[in-house]
Write a protein that binds this ligand. Structure first.
Ligand code: PLP
Length: 235
């Protein structure tokens, strides 16, 4: 980590995303880079911001709130909450983030909508889908996805944007694509069913599987290690 130069790794991540989009025959701006800064100090976020990065993803609420206080002068940062979400965290998430990627329960959604402050625009949300089944406890099942989506779309202070997934790790790029394809199909089905909803987001792809996710239509990739280096604790 000591030899990591953030300007180099961020530039490399941008080139990697550009190359993946070109390989997939997609437009250069068809996917956004979300920098996952969990466990990394506020100073690194400040440096990435200086280098033009604006979207940052955090998993741990208290850690994120602390960094937001330190970085309060950077008023154009877009904060994304991507970690597990329990009832006791919804008020702070609703008040301090622009996006939530990890919504998977109606009860949590209702709290977020009720607690979203009036002076902020509606909270952008993605529903986290459990596409590799047994291995993960989080995420709504494909079977329950349509009813959860419909419920969330009716909530006045939430804006449903799309779907997110964290598939079980796989090394082989072909195997990596299967769950991403499933998420893409799930979004296509929802878009057909709710054509007016403006569902435009597939949040998928991390440092180990960005290319596969881009091949399958990711519009936001969440890169941590590739930008900030390895994390000290497994997170
Ligand atoms: C940590 C994390 C990432 C980033 O993972 P890397 O492999 O470090 O790129 C992306 N999404 C979520 C939900 C995460 O928790």
């Amino acid at each position: 980590m000591t030899d990591l130069v953030l300007s180099d790794s961020l530039a490399a991540a941008r080139r990697r995303l550009e190359a993946a989009l070109a390989d997939a025959g997609r437009a250069p701006d068809a996917a956004r880079l979300l920098a996952v800064s969990k466990t990394k100090p506020a100073a690194m976020i400040r440096e990435a911001h200086r280098l033009g990065q604006r979207d940052f993803g955090e998993n741990y609420l208290q850690e994120a709130l602390d960094k937001q206080v330190e970085l309060a002068d950077l008023d154009d940062i877009v904060w994304h909450f991507i970690g597990p979400l329990q009832s006791n965290k919804t008020r702070d998430v609703a008040g301090h983030f622009a996006w939530v990627h990890s919504l998977d329960r109606e009860k949590i959604a209702r709290r977020l909508s009720e607690q979203r402050p009036d002076d902020l625009p509606p909270l952008n949300v993605c529903l986290q889908v459990n596409i590799s089944d047994e291995t993960s406890k989080s995420g709504v099942s494909l079977a329950e996805l349509p009813s959860l989506a419909e419920a969330v779309m009716a909530m006045p202070r939430l804006r449903l944007r799309g779907l997110m997934a964290i598939p079980a790790p796989a090394d082989d790029p072909i195997a990596q694509r299967t769950p991403f394809a499933r998420l893409r199909e799930a979004l296509a089905t929802l878009r057909q069913r709710f054509p007016e909803a403006g569902l435009d987001t597939l949040s998928m792809g991390m440092s180990g599987d960005l290319e596969a996710a881009i091949q399958e239509g990711a519009t936001q990739v969440r890169l941590g290690t590739a930008i900030f280096g390895a994390r000290d604790r497994s997170a």
